[in-house]
Structures are given as C-alpha cells and as structure tokens.
Design a protein around this ligand. Structure first.
Ligand SMILES: [Zn+2]
Length: 247
C-alpha cells in the first residue's frame, strides 16, 4: 500500500534525491508534477526521465499565459506537442479570473485553455484543471471535453460540485484540509470513488513550503474525518490516480 501525490510542481523544489527519499520513506511512491510554462515543461520532462517515481504533465498555467505574448504561447504549445509522448496528462491548465481582470485577458486564457483541451483530446490524455474565481465558466468549457478530468484543489460552490461529480470528474485535495476547516468540509463531500491526493508543492502553508510527503498527513486527516481506515483511503485514492493517469 502506498500513496500518490497527483499534483505538485517538483521542478520548483530543490534537492530532488532527498525529496524522493523522504517521500518513499513516508509511503509516497509516485509523484505527478504539473508544468506551468515552457521552461517548467522542459524541466519536468528532464526530471521525469531521471527519476522513475516522477511523472510529468505538460501544459500552460492560466496565470502564466497572461504574462506571455502570442509568440511565446505559440512556442510553448509547439514544445508541448513535440514532447507529447512524455506527458501523462495535460496540466495544469484552466482559467483564473483572480488574475485575469479585463475581458481581453479572460479571452486570452480561455483561448489557450481550449487549445490545450483539444490537444488532450487528440492524444487521448487526461487533463489536470486549475480554476479560480472562474469555476462556472471553466466547467462550461470542460463539459465540451470528452476525456478524463481532474479538478485540482477544487474549491467549487455547492451547486457546481454535483454537476462535476455527475460527469465522473475527479477531485484532488491537498494540505489545505489540515489548516482550513471550511475547505475540509468541502473536501469531505467528495466521494472516495472520485478522490485523489495532492500537495501542490511548493505552495506555502503558514509560511512553510509543502513537500510531496505531506500527502501522508492529508490522507491521515481525511481518513480520520471520513471515519475509515488509512489503508482504505490510501488504496482507493492510489487506485484512482493510477487508473486516471495510466501509471
Ligand atoms: Zn499547481
């Protein structure tokens, strides 16, 4: 029995040998690293070739899209297409209206989001979705997508959640469950059949950078709150992750 961190940014962390050893010691055997821009795609490809525990997702993060010009976006998408064989999924992609303020910025994010969904569809790859302050729009676009969907750090409203669950989307939950009671309650709504675990490392919680081995703490917390055994939660979330990503 072991765990999978289905969403982090391993290329933003240091001392990878140590990090992997620490993860393995805590029962985390597989780590899925998402990309955000061209450089991080290149880094993640290299890292996933070097370490068998790490699989990579290729994609452009909606926040990064905002600071890129059309030539940069084109080049990054070309790199993604050329290296599609390295990708276990397309991610992390989506829309984020916290950062996109104007209509022009929103349209820019939506265009690149749709373009990447199409690439996922053409290559039969699952997608890892980031959406913030844009869940309604994000889901509306996703409902046109025919592949497998993981909504990472899903913080959706109560009326959007059932729609996504009805589509059999997956939801990954991270260390926020340890620090935020409101988020924990939302996380507990997710059926075990649709649940995966993540850390979004190196996102900081209380000033401390998360690491993939924190998945163990997330699993322990959720198992206790759901009143099921740690083993049951670990087995199910790992099975979900392995089937979803084909790893
Ligand atoms: Zn992320």
């Amino acid at each position: 029995m072991y765990l999978v961190d289905v969403h982090c940014h391993i290329e933003m962390l240091e001392n990878l040998e140590e990090l992997i050893a620490e993860s393995l010691a805590n029962g985390i055997k597989k780590i899925i690293s998402s990309s955000v821009d061209l450089t991080s795609m290149e880094q993640n490809i290299e890292i996933s070739q070097k370490f068998s525990e790490i699989k990579c997702c290729l994609g452009l993060h909606p926040s990064n899209v905002l600071s890129m010009n059309s030539k940069e976006i084109f080049n990054a998408i070309e790199l993604l297409k050329t290296n599609i064989n390295y990708a276990t999924a397309i991610g992390e992609i989506g829309i984020d209206f916290k950062h996109a303020k104007t209509d022009l910025e929103k349209q820019k994010q939506i265009k690149v989001y749709k373009e990447q969904l199409l690439i996922a569809e053409e290559n039969s790859l699952p997608v890892v979705i980031h959406s913030r302050y844009a869940e309604k729009k994000s889901l509306e676009i996703l409902f046109e997508f025919s592949g497998k969907v993981l909504l990472h750090w899903f913080d959706g409203s109560q009326n959007l959640f059932p729609k996504a669950a009805a589509k059999n989307y997956f939801f990954s939950v991270g260390p926020a469950v340890l620090f935020n009671q409101e988020y924990l309650q939302k996380a507990l709504l997710i059926p075990l059949d649709n649940l995966m675990l993540e850390t979004d490392s190196p996102v900081e919680f209380n000033g401390i950078k998360a690491k993939p081995f924190w998945v163990k703490k997330v699993a322990e917390k959720l198992a206790a709150e759901k009143n099921i055994s740690f083993e049951e939660l670990a087995e199910k979330t790992t099975k979900n992750a392995e089937e979803f990503f084909g790893i």
